[in-house]
Design a protein around this ligand. Structure first.
Ligand SMILES: [Zn+2]
Length: 377
């Protein structure tokens, strides 16, 4: 493929961001007129990057329009997501549609076992798709240093090199699951189109990220967004990270167990779901614990809104459960913590739109981003 003109890359990016975009919409969006659009689309079809659907009647008046779609022989990215009990890898075409999925359960097995199974799955998709594959993006439930080395406390994995997952390489991106879910929410979820959005995920602890101007705020080593370790919790409680009083320890399953006088749960996320269900079924002490925890979440959100000024806050995992179970406690604590100027027009705090799919979608989006950036250079 030769170098593409700037407006061809812009059309490719537009077709990726807005599935179902018509050639006519794209020509308006890019301001290039219908003749220019025809020429650009012709080039992208010839390069096997885009295809055009069958003509469909335009709503109301006007000529039939044709939707821009991924080319059936076009590029795909591989996106893998490791969670605490399972893994999944997808082949994703332009526009974000998955055209192949492989999954497995791992029950928190040692890293070499899980990575071996995942590497085989990546190899199978590569064998099927050949040189259409642009590269691999990986989501993992832990801190990923330098886009490659994973520390996952919840799995007992330390300094695991994720590059082994794709011997045919390259490993384009690897990042924390909450961070990648933040990207996904801004692209295709509840924060779609927001200029600046904050995503928070409660699983075992709390993570998240700020996406600003469409780009992830990553930090010097790519590990920004460890909001769960802001010291907004009880200073008497020690966090697995080594610090005391971390916010994450005040909003997860461990927090609920302490409030209820029950033993520390082995699986905080599953335990938290149980307590929320007990509260919904009318258990008064569970309801009080959920309300206290939701308020602790809301107070921290206020601090982050004061500091970061997001347009919208999206909540995933246990954070979304607390929002659903105790919306008034969460909103009240958040309101009380907001600066006056933020109270005038506070950002909506909403459940994530993509749910558990967020990390995988975000991993795919990050690979597409790098590829589109390279094309436009
Ligand atoms: Zn901590």
């Amino acid at each position: 493929m030769g170098a593409l003109p700037e407006r061809a890359v812009a059309m490719l990016a537009a077709a990726h961001r807005q599935p179902g975009l018509s050639r006519a919409d794209a020509s308006r969006l890019l301001g290039i007129g219908s003749g220019g659009a025809t020429e650009v689309v012709g080039r992208l079809v010839a390069e096997r990057l885009l295809a055009e659907g069958a003509p469909a009647p335009a709503g109301g008046r006007g000529r039939p329009t044709r939707q821009l779609t991924a080319h059936p022989e076009g590029p795909v990215v591989l996106a893998a997501a490791i969670s605490h009990a399972s893994w999944r890898v997808d082949a994703v075409e332009l526009g974000g549609v998955s055209i192949g999925t492989l999954t497995g359960q791992h029950g928190a097995a040692p890293a070499p076992v899980v990575l071996g199974a995942l590497r085989d799955a990546v190899g199978r998709l590569r064998a099927r798709l050949g040189d259409r594959v642009l590269g691999l993006g990986v989501s993992a439930p832990g801190v990923v240093l330098d886009g490659r080395y994973l520390d996952a406390v919840g799995l007992g994995w330390t300094d695991v090199d994720l590059a082994v997952l794709d011997p045919e390489g390259p490993l384009v991106v690897a990042d924390n699951d909450a961070t990648l879910a933040a990207v996904a929410e801004q692209r295709r979820g509840a924060a779609a189109g927001a200029r600046s959005s904050l995503h928070l995920l409660v699983d075992a602890g709390l993570g998240g990220a700020l996406v600003d101007g469409g780009r992830l705020v990553g930090g010097a080593r790519g590990t920004a967004g460890e909001f769960g370790h802001l010291p907004l919790g009880d200073p008497a409680v020690r966090c697995p990270c080594g610090a005391h009083g971390c916010w994450g320890t005040a909003v997860d399953g461990g927090a609920l167990a302490r409030l209820l006088g029950e033993p520390a749960p082995g699986h905080p996320a599953g335990y938290a779901r149980q307590v929320v269900a007990r509260a919904a079924a009318g258990d008064g002490s569970a309801r009080a614990a959920v309300a206290t925890t939701a308020a602790a979440l809301g107070r921290g959100i206020a601090g982050l809104v004061n500091a970061l000024d997001p347009e919208v806050v999206t909540l995933g995992g246990g954070a979304a459960d607390l929002l659903a179970a105790a919306p008034d406690d969460l909103a009240g604590a958040c309101h009380d913590g907001l600066m006056r100027i933020r109270r005038l027009d506070p950002p909506p705090v909403v459940p994530a739109g993509l749910g558990d799919a967020g990390p995988l979608v975000g991993a795919a989006e990050q690979v597409w981003d790098r590829w589109l950036e390279r094309l436009s250079r």
